[in-house]
Structure formats: C-alpha cells, structure tokens
Write a protein that binds this ligand. Structure first.
Ligand SMILES: NC(=O)c1ccc[n+]([C@@H]2O[C@H](COP(=O)([O-])OP(=O)(O)OC[C@H]3O[C@@H](n4cnc5c(N)ncnc54)[C@H](OP(=O)(O)O)[C@@H]3O)[C@@H](O)[C@H]2O)c1
Length: 322
C-alpha cells in the first residue's frame, strides 16, 4: 500500500528522512480493527519523528501520522483516536498511562491506505463533518479542546491569549474559544497570520512579545521557548499558562518569582481521552465550528505538506487525502 514514512531519522534535515512509497499493510492484532483511511492530517509531531524525537532509528521504517478519518471493517465512517494505551492500565484517563503511545511511535501511523487501531480507539464520524475535517481532530483539535475546557480554568467571558496563531493547536483554540464565549487574543510574528487570526475569531491580535492592554486569565502555549516568558508576563495573578508544546525550543527559563508572587499556575497538557474526542465531535456539530484547513493534498504529495509545515507558513491544518 502507498504510505508516507520515516525511512530513517535525521535530527538536522528531517525532510531527508521522509519517503513516500510502498509499505506492507499493517498487521491487525486481536481486538484491533483495520481502517481504510480517507483523510489524514499532519502535526508537528510528524516532523519531530523525522528528527528522531520520540522515534529511534531502530524503529524505522515507520509509517508517520497520528490523525485519520476513514471507514472501518463494518463500513462505518470513523475517526481514529491517536492514543494507544495499555488496555489493562486504562481505568479513567489513558493520557496518564505511562505506557501510552501515539500512532506512528510504536505502531504504524495513518499516512497510508490502511491503519490498524484498537477497537476502543474508534469514534463515529458524524455526517456533518467531512473526512478532511474529521481528520484534523484527534491531535491538534483534541489537544486544544482539553487545554481550553479542562486545563485552563477559563469561564465564558474570560480572556485567553493564544500564542503562535498559525499552528494547528492555535487555530483550533482560537475557533473554539470564540465559540465558547471567551475573549480571544492571539499573537503571531506574521502580519498575514494576525489578519487570518482575526477572521478565525480572535477579538484582538498582537505581534509576538507585544505588551498587552491587560493581563489575561489564561494562555494557550504551544510555541515554547520563544514565547513562554511573554506568556508568564501576560497572565494575571492567579491565572494559568497551559503548555502543550515547544516548537521553538524545549528549554525556556521560568521566572520563579513571578510564578510564586503572582501565584500563576503552569499546567502541562497532552492530547485527550477518547471520551473527550467524542465531546469535541459533539461540540463541533452543536456549534457549527469547523477545523481550519490550510492545504489539502493527496497522500502521494505528502512531501509538499511536510515542506509547508517545516517552513511554518501555514494557518491551520495540512490534510492528506487517500
Ligand atoms: N502535547 C500534545 O499532546 C501536543 C498535541 C499537539 C501539538 N503539540 C505540540 O504543540 C506544538 C504546536 O503544534 P502545531 O502542529 O499546532 O503547530 P506548529 O507547526 O508547531 O506551529 C505553531 C506556531 O509556532 C509558532 N512558532 C514557531 N517557531 C516560532 C518561533 N521561533 N518564535 C515564535 N513563534 C514560533 C508559529 O507561530 P507564528 O508564525 O504565528 O508566530 C507557528 O504558527 C508542537 O510543538 C507540537 O509538537 C503537542
């Protein structure tokens, strides 16, 4: 079957490790199901994998991709939850399972004609969402959903700052926060992306690092090193900085005096549960909010999508159709 995969890892030149070509179809263990992929979406995670972050050279060749929507063996339209947990360890929240893994880390990913996943990872795709829209949900949108509605402590009417407006997590956060009745402020280094953020639902936009007119109740932080100090400075006493990623670097200094004197919470957040993915789907159906798609390409054109993501110019998700 056709697949986009890491043939090796390359910390300094990730795209040189990407190949698009024939790979064997994945095995389907007992309790797992085969899904015929209709659409899949890229995440920065896929670029990290090519760099060898979370994927070792010994694990290659590895089919990339965490997110997919497709058709299961019974002909049902489904969305694939990307977190594969130990079935014995999962009592409440599979994201806390220390042995959890994302598709494409230990098991073959979604950038292929077929993917195998545990049956419990399937969520029904409603007719209201296209396969392309549904394929955007399992990583970036689910992460933003949990950050906003479970980890941030925000209430409708509160103000949220979204750093790095163009990313998949950031565009999801802007759209959903607007729909939930939050005041949404966003930053970007690019004037064009700031203009797009306003169209997507931000109430005000600022240059990266700019002084804000007031401190915010919470920050959605996925940029990392380049913005964390600004996130802390921009948060009101008792507010919260919710961190899910570190695209610009993982080692940011933390001004501890600000953290304790201002009593600011720094909260980590990763993915979401399959239950939260169902909640996200219902939220989109109810509100009419839809994922922001930057580019749609065929699976065979995956390299173009990776180039666009690595260059960082996109606003929203890059989708591959099969
Ligand atoms: N923990 C989890 O479960 C989880 C889930 C999803 C994503 N993530 C992580 O979250 C991060 C975001 O992922 P993504 O796929 O949404 O988007 P992304 O491709 O990583 O881009 C996010 C944004 O980062 C900003 N950015 C990049 N380098 C920057 C720099 N040097 N200075 C300032 N801003 C910079 C850009 O904003 P502007 O150009 O607009 O300034 C860009 O739009 C990634 O690190 C990813 O691994 C984690």
């Amino acid at each position: 079957m056709l697949a986009a995969y890491a043939a090796r890892v390359s910390p300094d030149d990730p795209l040189s490790a990407l190949e698009v070509g024939e790979r064997p179809a994945p095995e389907v263990p007992a309790g797992w199901v085969r899904v015929d992929v209709r659409a899949a979406s890229l995440n920065h995670h896929d670029v990290w994998s090519l760099r060898g972050v979370g994927l070792s050279a010994e694990q290659t060749p590895m089919i990339l991709g965490c997110d997919a929507a497709g058709v299961d063996e019974d002909g049902r339209d489904v969305i694939v939850h990307a977190v594969v947990a130990d079935p014995d360890a999962v009592a409440g929240d599979e994201t806390f399972d220390p042995r959890r893994t994302l598709l494409s880390e230990k098991y073959s990913g979604t950038f292929a004609e077929h993917v195998a996943v545990p049956r419990r990872n399937l969520v029904a795709k409603p007719a209201e969402l296209s396969f392309e829209e549904a394929a955007c949900l399992p990583t970036a949108w689910l992460t933003a959903y949990k950050m906003l509605f479970s980890r941030s402590g925000l209430m409708p009417g509160d103000t949220v700052l979204v750093q790095g407006a163009g990313g998949g997590v950031a565009t999801a956060a802007i759209r959903m926060a607007h729909a939930a009745g939050y005041r949404v402020w966003a930053t970007s280094r690019s004037e064009q992306k700031r203009a797009r953020a306003l169209e997507l639902g931000a109430h005000a936009v600022f240059e990266a690092g700019a002084r804000l007119p007031a401190r915010v109740d919470a920050v959605i932080e996925s940029v990392g090193e380049a913005t964390l100090e600004h996130s802390l400075r921009s948060t009101r006493p008792g507010g919260r900085v919710v961190v899910c990623g570190a695209t610009s670097g993982r080692t940011a200094p933390l001004e501890l005096a600000r953290v304790f004197f201002q009593q600011i919470d720094v909260a980590g957040s990763t993915m979401g549960t399959v239950h939260q993915l169902r909640g996200l789907v219902d939220f989109l159906v109810t509100t009419g909010v839809r994922p922001v798609i930057d580019t749609t390409l065929s699976l065979g054109e995956a390299r173009k999508g990776f180039e666009r993501m690595a260059a960082g110019g996109m606003v929203g998700k890059i989708v591959l159709t099969v």
